[in-house]
Design a binder for this molecule. Structure first.
Ligand SMILES: [Cu+2]
Length: 167
C-alpha cells in the first residue's frame, strides 16, 4: 500500500499525540496520584446534618489517630464551614503537622463549589447531593489557600480558607 507523504506525516502526528496523551494520563494517575474523588455516597443537601460527619460539632479538623486527620467541611455560597472555635468564632484556618495524612470530606448545601488546596493535589468538585472525599499526605510545610474554583455566584472570590502545614 502506497501512502502519500502528507498522509504518513499526519498518521505519525495523530498516533504520536495519542501516545503522548496516554503517557501524561499515566504519569498523573500512577506517579502523581491523581484520581477522581469519590462520588459513591449521596446526601440530602437540604439536611446535611443528618449525616454525622457534617453535624456542626463535627466540622473542621479532627485527629483520628497519630498523624491521621479528618477535615469535615460544609461548603455554601460563599463560605467553607469548618465549625466554630472555643470563642464561638468561625474557624478560618486549620493546622496540621508536616507528613500527616489528611482526609478531606466536603459537601455543599446549595450549588456546585470547588475545593482546591492550592499548591497540593487536593482539588475536588463539590456537588449538591454528594460527598467529595480526598486523602492527601501533606509533604511540604507552608500556608495553603483553599479556593473555590467553580463559579458559584457574586461572592465567589470571597470564598476561601487556609490550611497550614507546620514542621
Ligand atoms: Cu465559588
Amino acid at each position: 500500500m502506497n501512502l502519500h507523504r502528507f498522509e504518513r506525516i499526519w498518521l505519525i502526528f495523530g498516533m504520536g499525540s495519542l501516545i503522548l496523551f496516554l503517557a501524561i494520563i499515566g504519569f498523573a494517575a500512577f506517579w502523581k496520584g491523581t484520581h477522581p474523588q469519590s462520588h459513591i455516597e449521596t446526601i440530602d443537601p437540604k439536611n446535611v446534618e443528618a449525616y454525622e460527619d457534617f453535624q456542626p460539632e463535627n466540622l473542621g479538623l479532627t485527629e483520628v489517630e497519630d498523624g491521621k486527620y479528618v477535615v469535615n467541611v460544609v461548603a455554601s455560597a460563599f463560605n467553607y464551614d469548618l465549625g466554630k472555635d472555643e470563642n464561638g468564632d468561625a474557624v478560618r484556618k486549620i493546622s496540621v503537622p508536616k507528613g500527616s495524612k489528611v482526609l478531606f470530606q466536603v459537601t455543599t448545601t446549595d450549588v456546585v463549589h470547588g475545593f482546591q488546596v492550592a499548591g497540593t493535589n487536593v482539588n475536588m468538585m463539590v456537588e449538591p447531593g454528594h460527598i467529595s472525599r480526598f486523602e492527601a499526605t501533606m509533604k511540604k510545610s507552608g500556608e495553603y489557600t483553599v479556593v473555590c474554583n467553580e463559579y458559584c455566584g457574586v461572592g465567589h472570590h470571597l470564598m476561601f480558607s487556609t490550611v497550614e502545614v507546620y514542621d
